[in-house]
Design a protein around this ligand. Structure first.
Ligand code: ADP
Ligand code: MG
Length: 461
């Protein structure tokens, strides 16, 4: 590092370490004259500042210089007329230049960001996530070849991020491909930082180059929580470029979203079109059986002496919502409860008390119960959940689907968007239509009224 770099890094680090008032008062006006082997020579700033620096800030200055150069310097003050000072970029640019230096280093270091904890082996499969699971495995076994992009969507806590990491871990174990997992927020922050004007045209270009290289020089790009790109037009454009570059070079792209492609309303049309090129896989809310399997699996994997009786498992599966994080959280909670209360065999009453916060209250439907409503309605009409979430439009299915949507709106706190999403990624206007239609018909159609009330009874059983 030459002396100008040392000095700029020094000021930038001090700027990070002290308040802006202190920085502006004591450091900002300092003028470097020369850095020699073991001395750093500063133009004499006058007694007050000199005293402050040599007494109050001495340790901070010494320590910062060691951090930057790896050795210690003595700071001395001289009359500036005795030196020809080196040319220095103005102080105002300093922190920009230096954080960019650091970012540049970070962006150059390749890291997959994969969490080895999430694998296909420990992903529990059921009706609601089977399609997403098998699509993910297929992509992991044939990256860039089968489905591109893979677009996984579904509400929070259903295992999207888990599946992404599982794909990444599988690929890195079985090939030499370069995998990169990131989320839309990180992508955007890096993009914004890299394109920030440094005041130097060549440097601006080289940072943008770096950014491009990072995201285009990989074989598998995974972007989680893509919905957060919705409000960022410039980043969306850059993402489209990245997408094109990878796509046309047969590199695999995997995207996760909390809503369907059609519900990514703030996205440019051309990006949505691209998301539609490949395979879209929804994860629905877990059905009761899957929740039971997940709870049992979790019990098997934790190091616990605690055993959960079937009625407790049933209680958790029926009352703790459909976010898998919540299911896992309730088990942890029970463990803690059992330990604190010194109970060996938890009884249902204990569990109900312990899970007070997690449970919605038995038999009442507040949130997260779309899956349950679907399964009750499907059962009632002798249909499958796939019929309700699928595309078939026979009168019978369409009618059951509308009734189920109506009940979801009536009995849960879910938004229209969310309900549409769970019903196979339909638009919220479809849900509005269903609610209005059934809501109107039920007033005049005695048979429909009877069906609805029978369904409501089943739901409170
Ligand atoms: P999302 O990204 O959809 O919000 P996550 O992938 O972060 O959800 O999942 C939340 C938690 O639930 C994670 O700890 C994950 O391992 C777990 N999880 C979700 N679905 C399953 C599943 N089918 N089998 C096992 N664990 C699951
Ligand atoms: Mg996630």
């Amino acid at each position: 590092m030459d002396e100008v770099n040392v000095w700029q890094s020094f000021l930038s680090q001090i700027n990070d370490k002290v308040s802006s008032l202190s920085f502006n008062t004591w450091f900002k006006g300092l003028k470097l004259l020369k850095i020699s082997d073991n001395e750093i020579i500063i133009a004499d700033p006058g007694k007050t500042i000199k005293d402050q620096l040599t007494i109050y800030y001495k340790d901070l200055i010494d320590e910062t210089l060691i951090e930057i150069t790896g050795k210690s310097y003595k700071m001395i003050f001289k009359d500036e007329n005795m030196y020809e000072p080196p040319e220095i970029i103005s102080v105002n640019n300093i922190s920009v230049v230096n954080t960019l230096e650091i970012d540049k280093k970070k962006i150059n270091d390749y890291k997959s960001n994969l969490n080895p904890k999430y694998t296909f082996d420990n992903f529990v499969v059921g009706e609601s996530n089977r399609y997403a699971f098998s699509s993910s495995l297929a992509v992991a076994q044939n990256p860039g070849k089968l489905y591109n992009p893979l677009f996984i969507y579904g509400k929070s806590g259903l295992g999207k991020t888990h599946l992404m990491h599982a794909i990444g871990n599988y690929i890195t174990e079985n090939s030499n491909l370069k995998v990169l997992y990131t989320d839309a927020d990180t992508f955007m922050n890096e993009f914004v930082k890299m394109t920030r004007d440094t005041g130097d045209k060549d440097q601006n270009l080289s940072y943008i180059e770096l950014f491009k290289n990072k995201y285009r020089d990989i074989d598998v790009l995974m972007i989680d929580e893509i919905q957060f790109l919705g409000s960022a037009t410039a980043t969306q454009q850059e993402f489209t470029n990245t997408f094109n570059s990878l796509y046309y070079n047969d590199k695999q792209i995997i995207i996760c979203s909390d809503r369907s492609v059609n519900d990514l309303k703030m996205f440019e049309e051309r990006l949505r079109t691209r998301f539609n090129w490949g395979l879209k896989a929804i994860i629905n809310v877990p059905e009761y059986e899957l929740k039971v399997k997940i709870i049992k699996n979790k019990m098997k994997n934790i190091d616990s002496m605690m055993d959960l009786s079937d009625d407790i498992i049933d209680f958790i599966a029926s009352n703790c919502g459909s976010d898998v994080r919540n299911l896992e959280g309730s088990i942890t909670r029970l463990q803690a409860y059992a330990a604190i209360m010194n109970i060996k065999n938890l009884k249902l009453e204990d569990a109900i008390e312990a899970l007070d916060e997690y449970a919605n209250g038995r038999g009442t439907f507040t949130d997260n119960s779309i899956g349950k409503i679907m399964s009750i309605v499907a059962n009632y009409f002798n249909l499958s959940i796939d019929d309700l979430t699928g595309k078939r439009r026979s009168k019978e299915i369409a009618n059951a689907r509308m009734i189920a949507m109506y009940l979801c709106k009536l009995l849960t706190e879910e938004t229209l968007e969310r309900i549409g999403l769970e019903f196979g990624g339909r638009d919220h206007s479809t849900v509005i239509h269903a609610c209005e239609k059934i809501g109107d018909d039920v007033k005049t159609n005695g048979e429909l009224e009877k069906i609805i009330s029978e369904l409501k009874v089943k739901m409170s059983e």
